[in-house]
Design a protein around this ligand. Structure first.
Ligand SMILES: [Zn+2]
Length: 264
C-alpha cells in the first residue's frame, strides 16, 4: 500500500506544531474545565470542551475522545480549525467524532476562545418544545444575546443520529449560532456554548443548565414568569464577564486537589 502523502499545507502545519510544546498551564485549565463540568452534571460520559490556542488562533486544544471526568493533561491534544491533528505524535489517537463543532465555530467567530458542547439534561426539553429558553437568573444574562435552535433536519434531512459528525454540519451549526449568541441549542441533543475565555465558557455552560432548571421550576409554580428585560440581560452579561473568574478559581483549585489525590 502506498505511503500516505501529506498535503504541503498539512505537513507544514505539523512541522510547526513540533516547534511548540503544549502549553502546560492551558492544558491544566482544560482538564479543570472538563472535570468541573462533569462534577456539575453538565457533561456526562459524553460532551467536550476546547480552548483556542492563544499562540496560534488557527488551532485549538481539546482532549482525545475520553469521558470528561477522566481527562488528564496527558489526554490533551492540538487540532487545526479543520479539526485535524497537527502533531504527528497524536496520529492514531481516537478523536471526538463531533469535534467539527469546535473547529467550525472558531472559524466563524474570531471573538470566541472556548467552546463547550454538552447534552445538558435540563436544556434538552427546550430543544424539542415550543418553550423558549430565556434569562431569568442574573448569572444567565448571556441568554439575552439570543438562543437559536439548530434543527439538523433542515441541514441534511431526516435519518441522522442528530450528531454533528461532518465539517458541513459543524459549519451549519456555527452559522445558526450567528455572530452574537453565546448558546446554540441542538434539537434532541443538547447545546454548544461559547465564550471569550475558557472560564467564561464554563461559567456559561453551567448557568445555561441552571437557568433551564429554574425556568422549568418557575413554570410548575404557575402564572406569568418575570423574565429579565433585554437591557437587564445585557448589563448582567457584562458584569458576569468580569465575575466568572471567581467561581473558576474555586473550580480549578478543587480539580487540582482531585488530581493530586489521584496520584499514586
Ligand atoms: Zn453531542
Amino acid at each position: 500500500m502506498p505511503a500516505k502523502v501529506l498535503s504541503p499545507r498539512r505537513s507544514a502545519s505539523r512541522r510547526r506544531a513540533s516547534l511548540y510544546p503544549l502549553d502546560r498551564e492551558l492544558a491544566c485549565d482544560l482538564v479543570a474545565a472538563n472535570r468541573t463540568l462533569a462534577r456539575l452534571a453538565v457533561l456526562d460520559a459524553f460532551g467536550h470542551v476546547s480552548v483556542r490556542d492563544p499562540r496560534d488562533p488557527h488551532r485549538y486544544l481539546i482532549a482525545r475522545s475520553i469521558a470528561p471526568e477522566s481527562v488528564t493533561a496527558a489526554d490533551i491534544l492540538v487540532l487545526d480549525l479543520d479539526s485535524e491533528i497537527v502533531d504527528p505524535r497524536d496520529e492514531g489517537k481516537l478523536l471526538y467524532r463531533e469535534r467539527f463543532i469546535h473547529g467550525e465555530i472558531y472559524k466563524a467567530r474570531p471573538d470566541v476562545n472556548a467552546v463547550v458542547h454538552s447534552h445538558s439534561p435540563t436544556v434538552v426539553p427546550f430543544t424539542v418544545t415550543r418553550a423558549k429558553l430565556r434569562p431569568l437568573l442574573h448569572n444567565a444574562g448571556f441568554l439575552g444575546l439570543g438562543v437559536p435552535l439548530f434543527e439538523i433536519r433542515k441541514s441534511v434531512g431526516d435519518g441522522t443520529d442528530l450528531m454533528v459528525l461532518t465539517p458541513k454540519l459543524g459549519k451549519d451549526l456555527a452559522q445558526k449560532l450567528g455572530k452574537d449568541a453565546a448558546v446554540v441549542l441542538m434539537r434532541g441533543h443538547g447545546d454548544s456554548v461559547v465564550g471569550p475565555s475558557l472560564p467564561n465558557a464554563v461559567f456559561r455552560a453551567y448557568y445555561t443548565e441552571i437557568n433551564a432548571r429554574q425556568q422549568l421550576a418557575a413554570v410548575t409554580l404557575g402564572g406569568p414568569i418575570n423574565f429579565m428585560t433585554r437591557a437587564e440581560a445585557r448589563t448582567a452579561n457584562d458584569a458576569m464577564l468580569r465575575a466568572s473568574s471567581r467561581p473558576w478559581a474555586l473550580w480549578r483549585r478543587r480539580t487540582m486537589a482531585e488530581l493530586r489525590a489521584e496520584e499514586p
